[in-house]
Write a protein that binds this ligand. Structure first.
Ligand SMILES: C[S@@+](CC[C@H](N)C(=O)[O-])C[C@H]1O[C@@H](n2cnc3c(N)ncnc32)[C@H](O)[C@@H]1O
Length: 243
């Protein structure tokens, strides 16, 4: 999968040169190409921004440097053009999975007050937000998107079950996790996980996942269509809680 990134700070993306993403780049499963918008500034002072028409605070990134930079991306490799924006649709696991099916994605990172609306109107396929808060630049949102999408590209994670069983993948939170030692600061790993009884362990995992979802994100349970088994285990849990 190929990501094209339009930014005035290409160096920020060096952060992707670690961990699984870096390995996937080395193995050519992912390619990340940054395009420096400032190289297409339209004056000798390297300006890519200007004051907003009609007045108002801050500066706006001008259309021309962005569109010129966009034209540097090989047309065949442009793919879906996304503008990272707090006004966009929220990035969800569902969206992440749909993006992972694309061959090419082009990400436009805004700075200052944002980019000239005419770029969005003519060149952007979708605006994507990573949450209801304001970042100082789209680069951080782009990094989140790239990382989340890359996990779903076959071969990127050693164990494909990792992403299939992640929180949100089937609409629930993943349950509690434990590793060595069995006792840490007088806290014991739940006995069932040490029992070797695979059926009971599986049941505990499903129940713990349901319990965490109920406690931390009940809104997810409202949306989720539980399987018969999940329903039965949830009922078992809630009746125990009442007793
Ligand atoms: C300081 S913000 C501009 C915010 C803009 N003035 C507004 O009120 O909507 C600068 C850039 O950061 C990026 N950005 C900020 N918050 C974001 C979010 N929640 N998700 C995605 N991108 C975001 C966008 O690319 C935006 O152009």
């Amino acid at each position: 999968m190929n990501f094209n990134i339009l930014t005035i700070f290409p160096e920020i993306f060096e952060i992707l040169n670690v961990g699984v993403i870096s390995k996937s780049i080395d193995k050519k499963m992912i390619s990340i190409n940054t395009f420096d918008i400032r190289k297409n500034s339209i004056n000798k002072h390297n300006h890519i921004d200007s004051k907003p028409y009609g007045g108002g605070e801050g500066m706006v990134m001008m259309a021309e440097p962005i569109v010129k930079t966009l034209s540097e991306v090989n047309k065949r490799k442009l793919g879906k053009v996304i503008y990272l924006s707090p006004q966009g649709k929220k990035l969800t696991q569902k969206k992440v999975v749909s993006f992972a099916n694309k061959k090419n994605i082009t990400l436009i990172c805004g700075r200052y007050e944002g980019i000239d609306q005419r770029v969005i109107d003519k060149y952007v396929d979708e605006e994507i937000s990573i949450g209801d808060f304001i970042l100082s630049g789209g680069e951080y949102a782009a990094i989140c998107l790239i990382d989340a999408v890359s996990r779903h590209i076959p071969g990127v994670l050693g164990n494909k079950d990792s992403y299939l069983k992640d929180t949100f993948s089937d609409g629930l939170l993943k349950g509690h996790l434990y590793t060595k030692p069995e006792i840490f600061e007088s806290m014991q790993v739940p006995n069932v996980l040490l029992s070797g009884n695979h059926k009971e362990i599986e049941k505990w995992k499903i129940q713990n996942s349901l319990l965490q979802t109920l406690a931390k994100r009940p809104d997810l349970l409202d949306k989720k269509k539980l399987s018969k088994k999940q329903k039965k285990l949830l009922e078992e849990l809630t009746s125990k809680a009442i007793l």
